[in-house]
Each structure stands twice: as structure tokens, then as C-alpha cells.
Design a protein around this ligand. Structure first.
Ligand code: ADE
Length: 241
């Protein structure tokens, strides 16, 4: 691969991998909050694009809108061989997930908060954008595989729970399906790498688990992301299956 792009939502998720890559800031897009960084890893160009701060609210631009726009700019500007949506996520104890596990996307990216009970539009709402086949990569790097499911809420309500179960979701986060939607349109292979900060079916509130585990999970993410980049750089996308 000549170029791998990594799209990330939060500054604290991105900080450890930027340090480990020795990535340098490169020019951003006027008016937009996205922050671009570049590194070179064994001859492969690595672009990291972070969603940046929301100007109105002064917080990281998490969620699907910023993720889609950021992905569009990265895809258009750098035409990467592979785009990775990297960050943190929730997992489920009853599926065996543990805090700090790092998952690779399996099969498809789905939305669990776009309920449109009209034939045809129901499936459009769920999305089901393809994830790059990466079972070989997961095996080689000892990563778990799971269907990534996206919404714009940190918590989970009964409707979310029903749709997540129906779609076989294992990794719950707030950007990946939007990233994959853009990547499918632009014919760019897409993979998610997500470190678990919280267990959705644990009695402790999700926000409390997230805050307690964000730093550790971001470190774990950086460690595995570096391994994923080094695994992918000398290979083609078809070699990840
Ligand atoms: N990011 C980290 N944990 C999450 C969760 N449980 N839901 C959505 N996004 C998350």
C-alpha cells in the first residue's frame, strides 16, 4: 500500500498514535475543524485526520456528521489504499468483551438508531456498508473481530438494543457507519479498529466507564494500530482476508 488514512474523532484517542508515529501536522482546510497529520512507515504514507474541536461547543467533534465530512476530505485529497476508522467503543460482557480489547471490523457497518419503518427505507436506514475482509489480519495480530454498529448516542435504549441484536452488533460506537458510507461511495476499502472503553451490559453507567478507561484504551488502540499499519503497509488489501 502506498497510503493508509486513519480517521479519528477525539484528540485523546489520537494523541498516543500521533506520538508513536512521530506524525507531523500538515495544512488543514480553512474554516473546517479537521486536523491532518502525516507520517511515513516503511515507505507507506500514513495520514491521520482528527475531527477537531466543535467551534460552537468547544468539544471534540464526535458523531456521524463530522466523521462523514472528514472522511470525504481525506478520501478526496489522499485517495488512500485503505481507510481505517479508529477510536474507542463499547462492547458486551455477554459476548466476552473486556475493557481494553481491540476489535477489527467484521463483515459490515450498520446504524442502530436509524429506524425507518417503510419497506426499502428500513434497510437503507441500517446501511450495511461492507467492511474490508480482515480475518487474516485479526488472526495474525490477535485481535477480536466484530460487527461495528453506530449511533449518535453514547447510551443504549430498548430500540437500539433490539436493532443491535438483529444486526449481530458487537462493537458500539459513534462514527464508523458514516465513515463506511462515504468510503463505499468513493470505492475506498474501509476497516475499523476500536478499543473497548466500556461494557454496555455492565451495571456501571457507560459514561463513567468511558471516562475511567479512555486513556488506557487509547494507549491500547495506538499499540494495535501501529501493528495494523505495519501489517498492512507491505501488503495489498486482498492479503488481509
Ligand atoms: N464510545 C465508547 N463507548 C461507547 C458506547 N458505549 N457507545 C457509543 N460510543 C462509544
Amino acid at each position: 500500500m502506498k497510503c493508509i488514512a486513519v480517521v479519528m474523532a477525539m484528540a485523546s484517542e489520537a494523541s498516543p498514535i500521533l506520538t508513536q508515529l512521530g506524525a507531523q501536522a500538515i495544512p488543514a482546510i480553512p474554516l473546517l475543524p479537521f486536523e491532518f497529520f502525516e507520517a511515513n512507515r516503511n515507505g507507506c504514507r500514513v495520514i491521520i485526520s482528527v475531527n477537531g474541536r466543535d467551534r460552537r461547543h468547544g468539544v471534540d467533534s464526535i458523531g456521524t456528521e463530522a466523521a462523514a465530512l472528514n472522511t470525504y476530505f481525506v478520501a478526496d485529497r489522499y485517495n488512500p489504499d485503505l481507510l481505517i476508522t479508529a477510536g474507542t467503543a463499547g462492547g458486551w460482557m455477554h459476548q466476552g468483551a473486556e475493557i481494553g480489547d481491540v476489535f477489527v471490523s467484521d463483515q459490515k457497518f450498520v446504524h442502530h438508531d436509524r429506524r425507518i419503518a417503510i419497506p426499502g427505507l428500513d434497510e437503507y436506514g441500517i446501511g450495511s456498508y461492507p467492511a474490508v475482509p480482515a480475518a487474516g489480519l485479526a488472526r495474525a495480530l490477535n485481535l477480536k473481530l466484530g460487527v461495528v454498529t453506530t449511533s449518535n448516542s453514547l447510551d443504549e435504549n430498548d430500540d437500539d438494543r433490539r436493532l443491535i441484536a438483529a444486526n449481530g452488533g458487537s462493537v458500539k460506537e459513534m462514527e464508523a457507519a458514516a465513515v463506511a458510507y462515504v468510503c463505499e461511495m468513493m470505492a475506498i476499502p474501509v476497516m475499523a479498529l476500536k478499543a473497548i472503553t466500556d461494557l454496555v451490559d455492565h451495571h456501571t453507567a457507560t459514561a463513567d466507564q468511558f471516562n475511567a478507561n479512555l486513556t488506557m484504551a487509547s494507549r491500547r488502540l495506538a499499540e494495535k494500530l501501529l501493528q495494523v499499519i505495519d501489517f498492512c503497509a507491505p501488503r495489498m488489501v486482498a492479503d488481509l482476508a
